[in-house]
Design a protein around this ligand. Structure first.
Ligand code: WTA
Length: 653
């Protein structure tokens, strides 16, 4: 009853090709060496950074407290910017930005260096000191990265709040960590309209006594002070460009202790108030730098596009710190993938010669739904590697990604990690690992990952709970202001093993030792005593040519314990019908067994998702069980779930 049943069988395999293998940034021998002695591996990686003084001890581990590189002094912004301007990278593009309306800007490492130094001085002039918190509430524009690095330069702790969050969410986060300064903008562009960030911020600021200053980026040319823009309040609000004009170009970097906090990032759990995940300086940077280098096989000429917003951890680690620590060129795009047309991503890939693309399954499933013709219009031949993150990727979506985006040529890295892990923890390494659609494959070098049952016994093959057995440098250190919650959430799953980290995900392991993430344990289904991961049933549905996306939940059932309810969106060109409903139910039964045959299939134009694109099964459970809807504040579009509820109820009567 504790273990998770394994249903899905997937045998397609893709070996790395010889040419890729030969040039890859990590070899199988190096991987084995790292696994044999993780601490030594991490120390060797840390030695690649520029330290102000070197560490005395690699790791101090008193479960659940880890300290990495203790005694070391380092500054993150020096490693992400200053190092590169002393080399041939000085004039290399660091950020290639395109706004949704089509405006473009390129910042070289030199430009970035100047901007970071200046803004660091601005923050200091506003009274920000080491250890103070700075909230960042911006569109996805270069100033977001500049602000983060400027905070790092002076030792301020940044807390980035996604620009799509409401005033309440913003004020909650500001108050939880008592931020002193807020950096925002007069607006941002999304699907052709302006997101009134400053107006939202003003609402939030009605209840945030800790904020002393607000810095406002003018994103909307020629429109300061207008309705959707900024209503500048005397004394408190200042324009970014005015402050920057006279700021000196050099800002002495703060000497940071390896274990000083670098940032807080709030992540909403399934219940309760958001957790302020705390990451520290050196360990986080090592994790970000190393994983970017080896997972994405980053080379000097690569053009790396991680499509995540800086409001999520992916935008922290793989748009900012990881690539910048490696001196990479990053594409940054502000807007929606279907604006003005459904080929915007492919247009950008072609235009900027993107070589590495890192995006989320939710986006990939949307592209599938829109149809093959959109990527087909563009030359995507520069792409050489594809990545996926954020949710389990269904095998069919993986195959589509491989064929239609990767031209059957690019390796795919399905990277499993979390806000809490700070960097990728399980992933194929493109020059070493034979990939298989739907599996995140092996632990990263330096990570000790296992599958345990509820008693903490290791499962070699089969389904169970994911666990990280040893500390790693980029792990969270605590939850801001609630250390007990840190212990309870992450280190209390197995009372006999208080040194083991529980990520909250279910997974299975196959005969080759590969990991397959099955989804959040809270979402696991229990049908007639069988515990089934949502991912497998959803993947079976997505294999049907009519289905674009599926979410499966359990609803209470007298006999079986739970019955399965499937919410399905169709690909363009398919229409819903009772016949299709029956066909889908049979299809799943045939693919993975009668036990997983959905009792209900509900067609829907859309599925409820968080703002980072994860399906919110909790709300679908509320619908399927006819309950009032739970908290919907983290939804990207609350209307979706209301109309679903109506349809579901209408169907039942
Ligand atoms: C899920 C995002 C399957 C997982 C970096 C995890 C994944 C949660 C994958 C963390 C993947 C992330 N395969 N599931 N490749 N990547 N997840 O904090 O449930 O936004 O616990 O971090 O997303 O989400 P978070």
């Amino acid at each position: 009853m504790n273990d998770i049943d394994v249903l899905l069988q997937e045998h397609r395999r893709f070996e790395p090709d010889d040419a890729f293998r030969a040039q890859a940034n990590i070899s199988a021998a190096e991987y084995s060496e790292a696994m044999a002695d993780p601490e030594r591996f991490w120390a060797d990686e840390a030695a690649k950074l520029e330290w102000m003084s070197t560490w005395e001890r690699v790791l101090e581990w008193q479960p659940p407290r880890a300290k990495w590189f203790t005694g070391g002094k380092i500054n993150v912004s020096v490693n992400c910017v200053d190092r590169h301007i002393r080399s041939a990278r000085r004039n290399k593009a660091a950020l290639v930005f395109e706004g949704e309306p089509g405006d473009t800007r390129t910042l070289t490492y030199w430009d970035l260096y100047v901007q970071v130094n200046k803004f660091a001085n601005v923050l200091r002039s506003l009274g920000v000191r080491k250890g103070d918190r700075v909230a960042i509430y911006l569109p996805l524009i270069p100033e977001a990265v500049i602000s983060m690095l400027a905070c790092a330069r002076i030792g301020a702790i940044h807390s980035v709040v996604f620009g799509g969050f409401s005033p309440e969410s913003l004020s909650d986060r500001i108050n939880d960590s008592a931020c002193k300064v807020l950096v925002t903008a007069d607006g941002g562009y999304r699907r052709g309209s302006v997101v009134p960030l400053k107006r939202n911020a003003d609402k939030a600021l009605e209840g945030t006594p800790s904020i002393e200053h607000v810095v406002v980026v003018q994103r909307r040319p020629g429109a300061p002070g207008d309705e959707a823009g900024a209503d500048m309040r005397d004394g408190r609000d200042k324009w970014w460009h005015r402050l920057m004009r006279h700021a000196p170009q050099w800002c002495e970097p703060e000497e940071m202790d390896a274990e000083d906090p670098l940032f807080i990032l709030y992540t909403s759990g399934t219940t309760g108030k958001p957790k302020g995940i705390v990451h520290t300086t050196a360990g986080y940077l090592v994790g970000a730098m190393t994983s970017t280098h080896i997972v994405f096989d980053l080379k000097e000429d690569d053009v790396f596009w991680c499509t995540a917003d800086v409001g999520w951890v992916t935008g922290h680690t793989y748009l900012t710190y990881g690539p910048m620590a490696n001196g990479a060129t990053c594409v940054m795009y502000e807007g929606a993938p279907d604006w003005p047309e459904k080929d915007r991503f492919w247009d950008l890939c072609e235009k900027y010669g993107v070589t590495i693309l890192y995006t989320a399954p939710t986006a990939i499933r949307a592209f599938m739904k829109w149809g093959d013709q959109w990527p087909a219009k563009h030359d995507l031949s520069r792409l050489r590697l594809l990545g996926s993150v954020g949710e389990p990727i269904n095998p069919e979506a993986w195959m589509w990604y491989r064929e239609h985006i990767g031209g059957n040529r690019c390796p795919i890295v399905d990277t499993w990690w979390q806000t809490e892990t700070g960097s990728i923890a399980i992933s194929p390494l493109p020059g070493i690992t034979a990939t298989t659609p739907g599996s995140a494959t092996n632990p990263m070098p330096g990570f000790t990952v296992a599958l345990l049952d509820a008693q903490g016994k290791e499962i070699e093959v089969g389904g169970g709970l994911l666990a990280i057995m040893k500390p790693w440098p980029s792990m969270l250190r605590t939850i801001w202001g609630d250390d007990q919650r840190y212990v309870d959430t992450y280190f209390s799953k197995w009372p006999n093993r208080p040194d083991v980290y529980f990520p909250g995900d279910g997974a299975k392991r196959d005969e080759d030792g590969y990991f397959w993430i099955l989804g959040r344990v809270d979402d696991v289904l229990n049908v007639a005593g069988h515990r089934i991961g949502t991912m497998e049933v959803e993947s079976a549905l997505v294999e049907h040519p009519a289905v674009a996306e599926a979410a499966v939940v359990g609803r209470a059932h007298d006999l079986k314990g739970q019955a399965l309810a499937a919410f399905v969106t169709l690909r363009e060109g398919y229409a819903e019908s009772p016949a299709l409903r029956d066909e889908l139910r049979d299809f799943v039964a045939q693919k993975i067994g009668a036990i997983a045959r959905p009792d209900d299939v509900l067609f829907s134009a859309d599925l409820p998702k968080t703002r980072s694109g994860k399906i919110m099964r909790r709300l679908l459970r509320d619908i399927a069980e006819g309950r009032a809807l739970g908290d919907t504040t983290t939804l990207a579009d609350p209307n979706v779930v209301n109309s679903l509820k109506e349809t579901y109820e209408a169907q039942e009567t």
